[in-house]
Design a protein around this ligand. Sequence first.
Ligand SMILES: [Zn+2]
Length: 181
Amino acid sequence: MERICPDCGETDLSKFGFRDGRGGLKYVCKVCENERSKKWLREHPAVNRARVAANRVKNTDRIREKEKEYSLQRRATERGRLDNRLKSSIAGTLRGYKNHKKWQELTGINAEELKKHLQKTIPPGYGWEDYVSGKLQLDHKTPICKFTYQTPDDDDFKKCWSLENMQLLAAFDNGAKGRRG
Ligand SMILES: [Zn+2]
């Protein structure tokens, strides 16, 4: 079999891809085939946009799937459920949705105290309203996963959920630091 790529004159058979289904080699070399499909997409921007959008949906689904998996893992342990409850009830209280009392009992810190402390940790360029809107998040300086408590009665619990260990951080930075457990 011989091939001469009509676009670039390539004759090395190993540079040609296989035809789907029908067997044998394609007429255009791999490099030029790639160029042709790029050119075609440039000439058909609507198709290109549709493909990009479809890929984005696929990726978003994958990310959502991962997050779901992660939160299920957390919910699978007593300790994970405790952490989740604390996080959401603290956020609910400080963002003004509902004044949850339980976390204040468990940590020994009251809402006003925590709010006052967190306000001092707001990164430059942000305000309290950014915490309310979710742009800032409650962050643990020493990550939750480094503590070994199982219940709120363990010493480690109070250290983890102490004023000194809590701060506000941009939601983006928090994510960039990786999963903090
Ligand atoms: Zn070629």
